[in-house]
Design a protein around this ligand. Structure first.
Ligand code: ADP
Ligand code: MG
Length: 362
C-alpha cells in the first residue's frame, strides 16, 4: 500500500499554535510517500531515502531512539501511540520516499508522522478523523521526538484542501477553508541555514509564554488582550513582555489577514506579513541575518508579502507573489542572493494541495 503526506506552508500565524492562536497554513505539493506491506512478524522494519540502512523494531518497543536512529521517533512513535491506544498492530515493512526538504520549516516531521499513521490505520482497517489523527501524531512528536510542538503542522498535513488555505483555531481545532485567489501564488525559499541552537531556543520561547500565562492565570495567551499585557509590562519583565506581545499581535494579524484576503486587499495582506516578520525578528527573536536579508530582497523583487516561516533560526521564508511573476521571482531571488551574499538558496513555487491520503493497494 502507499500513503502520501504533503508538507505545508503557513501564510501567517507563526509561533501561536501552542498558545491556542489562529494560523493560516496550507498543504503543498511536496510529499513524503510511504510504501508498506505486512511482514507476518512481530516487528516493524523502517527505511527512508533520507537515511542509511534499515531499522528493525519490535512492536512492543517503548523507548525513544537517539543519534542516527532518531528519525524513527517520528515514524515508530506513531505506531507506538496506536499500540498504546489499545490497537493490536500486525508487523509491517515500510519505506519512506520524500521530495520534501527536511528541517526547512515545511513540516517534514508532521508529514512523516502522518504517512506512518495512515499505514497503521490501513493495516488495522480503521479510519480516525483528521483531527484525531493529527492529535495522535502530535503526541508522538511530544513524547517520542521530544518536541513540544503545537497542532498546526499535523492539522495542515491531514486537512489540506486543493487551492485553499486553512484558517485554524488552534484552541478548538475548528478549520475554515479559505480559497487562495488564482492570481496569488506562494514561493518558498529554503535558506539552507540550520542554526544548531533552534531546539533549545524553542523551549525557551515556550517557557517565556508559560511565564506570561501563569502571571495572567490563563491557559493560553490568546485569552490576554494587548491592553492587559501593556499594563503588566513591568511586573512580567521586558523579555516575557515582548514574547507575549508577538503572540497577541500575531493572532490579531491572522484575523486581519483573512479579512484582507476576503476583501481582495492584497496590499494589506502584504503589510500584515511584513509586520509578522518584524515581530518574529524583534519581539520573538527567532529570525537570523540570512533570512532578514532574503526578506529585503524579496520585497525589492516585488513580493506582495514575505516573512520567515516555521520554527526559525534559519529554515525558510514564505513569499506571496502574483501568479504570473512566480517563476521569474523564484529565479531572481536565487540569483540576487548569490550575487549579493555569495550563498545558494533554493526557491520553490508551490501549489496548494489536498491533505494526506492512502493511494490504494500496491
Ligand atoms: P521540519 O518539520 O520543519 O522539516 P523538524 O526538525 O520538525 O523539521 O523535523 C525534521 C526531522 O524529521 C528530521 O530530522 C528527521 O528526523 C525527520 N524526517 C523528516 N523527513 C524524513 C524522511 N523523509 N526520512 C527520515 N526522516 C525524516
Ligand atoms: Mg517539524
Amino acid at each position: 500500500m502507499k500513503a502520501t503526506a504533503p508538507g505545508r506552508i503557513n501564510l501567517i500565524g507563526e509561533h501561536v499554535d501552542y498558545q491556542g492562536g489562529m494560523v493560516m497554513p496550507a498543504a503543498i505539493d511536496r510529499y513524503i510517500r510511504a510504501f508498506a506491506q505486512e511482514n507476518q512478524r512481530p516487528e516493524i522494519r523502517l527505511s527512508s531515502s533520507r537515511s542509511k540502512g534499515e531499522l528493525v523494531i519490535p512492536i512492543a518497543h517503548d523507548t525513544p531512539f537517539s543519534g542516527d536512529d532518531s528519525w524513527a521517533n517520528y515514524a515508530f512513535g506513531v505506531v507506538a501511540k496506536y499500540r498504546d491506544a489499545g490497537y493490536e498492530i500486525a508487523g509491517f515493512d515500510v519505506r519512506f520516499e520524500s521530495d520534501l526538504p527536511v528541517g526547512a520549516g515545511l513540516s517534514s516531521s508532521a508529514a512523516l508522522e502522518t504517512a506512518a499513521a495512515l499505514v497503521v490505520e490501513e493495516i488495522l482497517g480503521i479510519n480516525l478523523s483528521k483531527t484525531e489523527r493529527a492529535l495522535l501524531c502530535q503526541s508522538a512528536e511530544h513524547d517520542w521526538a521530544g518536541v513540544p510542538c503545537g497542532i498546526m503542522d499535523q492539522l495542515a498535513v491531514n486537512a489540506g484542501v486543493s487551492e485553499h488555505v486553512l484558517k485554524i483555531d488552534c484552541s478548538t481545532h475548528e478549520i475554515t477553508q479559505v480559497p487562495l485567489p488564482a492570481e496569488l501564488s506562494v514561493v518558498v525559499v529554503d535558506s539552507k541555514v540550520k542554526h544548531a541552537l533552534a531546539d533549545g531556543e524553542y523551549a525557551k520561547r515556550k517557557a517565556d509564554c508559560d511565564a506570561a500565562t501563569a502571571y495572567f492565570d490563563v491557559e493560553f495567551l490568546r485569552d490576554v488582550t494587548i491592553d492587559e499585557l501593556d499594563s503588566a509590562r513591568l511586573q512580567i519583565g521586558e523579555r516575557v513582555y515582548r514574547r507575549a506581545r508577538h503572540v497577541i499581535t500575531e493572532i490579531a494579524r491572522v484575523h486581519d489577514f483573512s479579512a484582507a484576503l476576503d476583501a481582495g486587499d492584497t496590499t494589506r495582506a502584504g503589510t500584515l506579513m511584513a509586520a509578522s516578520h518584524s515581530s518574529l525578528r524583534d519581539d520573538y527573536e527567532v529570525s537570523c541575518h540570512e533570512i532578514d536579508a532574503l526578506v529585503k530582497i524579496a520585497i525589492r523583487l516585488g513580493a506582495i508579502g514575505s516573512r520567515i516561516m516555521g520554527g526559525g533560526f534559519g529554515g525558510s521564508l514564505i513569499n506571496l507573489v502574483e501568479t504570473d511573476t512566480a517563476s521569474q521571482f523564484a529565479e531572481e531571488i536565487v540569483a540576487c542572493y548569490r550575487k549579493e551574499i555569495g550563498l545558494d538558496v533554493e526557491a520553490m513555487a508551490v501549489k496548494l494541495v489536498g491533505g494526506a491520503c492512502i493511494e490504494g493497494i500496491g
